[in-house]
Design a protein around this ligand. Structure first.
Ligand code: PMP
Length: 282
C-alpha cells in the first residue's frame, strides 16, 4: 500500500522510523483516526482541527493547515482505492538524541498517514455489544489525543480478557469514557454523556451525536454521571469513529435496561446513518 510520510507518498515497505523518534521512545506525539465512507472523508475538518488543537496543547509545531492535510488525505485515499475504512495519521515531536525535555524548536515533526479497509460493524450495530467497568488509571489530560495510550491499552485488554467489547472507565464514582470510545446513558428519554473536560477525549462522533440530538428534539445533557446512574439507565451506548452509535446490552454480565436495544439508541443510529449518507453521498 501507499503511505504518506514527511511530505512524500511512498510504499509502506519504505516507511521507516528512527529508533530515537520521540513518538517511539516517549509516546510524544498525537494522532487521529478519520472514517472513510464511499471513498470520502467523514467529519474531516473536525478531526483535523482536533489534531491541530492537540498539537497546540503539547507545543508540537504542525506545519500543515486543515486544508493542506485534507488534500493530502484525499490523494492517499485515491492512491489506495479505499472505499470503506479509515485514515490513521500521527505527528510526533520528531527525532532527537534521547532526553525528556523538548528538542530544539527547529526539530521537524515526524508525520505519517496511512489507510486501512475497515467495514462498518453492522452485526454489532444491530445486536449490541457487552462491556465491563474498570477504574480509570489514566492521567488528567485525556482531552489530548496523544500517543500515550497505556492506560487505554490496559483497559481494553481487561475487556478482551472478559470476552467483552469495551471497558467503561470510572474515576472515583464518575463514569468518564471507554478505552477508545465515549459512553452515553439514556434515562426517561434524556441522553447524557460526560462533559468535555480534561478527563475525556471530546469525540468527534460525540459532537456529531449531540448535534443530531439538538436538531431532532432529543434532550441531551453534557454532565458527569455515576456508576449507579449507569447501572440504572434505560439504555447505554458507546460512540467512536469506527464504532459509530454502538448499543451496549450488558455491563458486568448484567443486562442493561430491558436487555433489548432501546428506541433512543435506534433513533440515533438512524440519524447517524442519514448524516453519513448526506455528507458522503452514499
Ligand atoms: N475516547 C477515547 C479515549 C478514544 O480513544 C476515542 C476514539 N478515538 C474516543 C473517545 C471517541 O472519539 P471519536 O469519536 O473522535 O473517534
Amino acid at each position: 500500500s501507499i503511505v504518506w510520510m514527511n511530505g512524500a507518498f511512498i510504499d509502506r515497505s519504505e516507511a521507516k522510523v528512527d529508533i530515537e523518534d520521540r513518538g517511539y521512545q516517549f509516546g510524544d506525539g498525537i494522532y487521529e483516526v478519520i472514517r472513510v465512507y464511499n471513498g470520502q472523508l467523514f467529519t474531516a475538518n473536525e478531526h483535523l482541527e482536533r489534531l491541530l488543537g492537540s498539537g497546540d496543547k503539547l507545543s508540537i509545531q504542525i506545519g500543515y493547515s486543515v486544508e493542506e492535510f485534507k488534500g493530502l488525505l484525499e490523494q492517499l485515499i485515491e492512491k489506495n482505492n479505499l472505499e470503506t475504512g479509515i485514515v490513521y495519521m500521527q505527528v510526533t515531536r520528531g527525532v532527537n538524541s534521547r532526553n525528556h525535555a523538548f528538542p530544539a524548536e527547529d526539530t521537524p515533526p515526524t508525520y505519517i498517514a496511512y489507510t486501512k479497509e475497515v467495514a462498518r460493524p453492522t452485526e454489532q450495530l444491530d445486536n449490541g455489544v457487552t462491556a465491563i467497568t474498570v477504574e480509570d488509571i489514566r492521567w488528567s489530560r485525556c482531552d489530548i489525543k496523544s500517543l500515550n495510550l497505556l492506560g487505554n491499552v490496559i483497559a481494553k485488554q481487561k475487556a478482551t480478557e472478559a470476552d467483552c467489547y469495551e471497558s467503561i472507565q470510572y474515576r472515583d464514582l464518575t463514569v468518564t469514557e471507554g478505552s477508545s470510545s465515549n459512553i452515553w446513558i439514556i434515562k426517561d428519554n434524556a441522553v447524557k454523556t460526560h462533559e468535555a473536560n480534561q478527563f475525556i477525549l471530546n469525540g468527534i462522533t460525540r459532537q456529531k451525536i449531540i448535534e443530531l440530538c439538538q436538531g431532532n428534539d432529543i434532550e441531551v445533557v453534557e454532565a458527569a454521571f455515576t456508576i449507579e446512574d449507569l447501572i440504572d439507565a434505560d439504555e447505554v451506548f458507546l460512540s467512536s469513529t469506527t464504532a459509530e452509535v454502538m448499543p451496549i446490552i450488558s455491563i458486568n454480565n448484567v443486562p442493561v435496561g430491558s436487555g433489548e436495544i432501546g428506541p433512543v439508541a435506534r433513533k440515533l443510529q438512524q440519524l447517524f446513518q442519514d448524516a453519513i449518507e448526506r455528507e458522503c453521498n452514499q
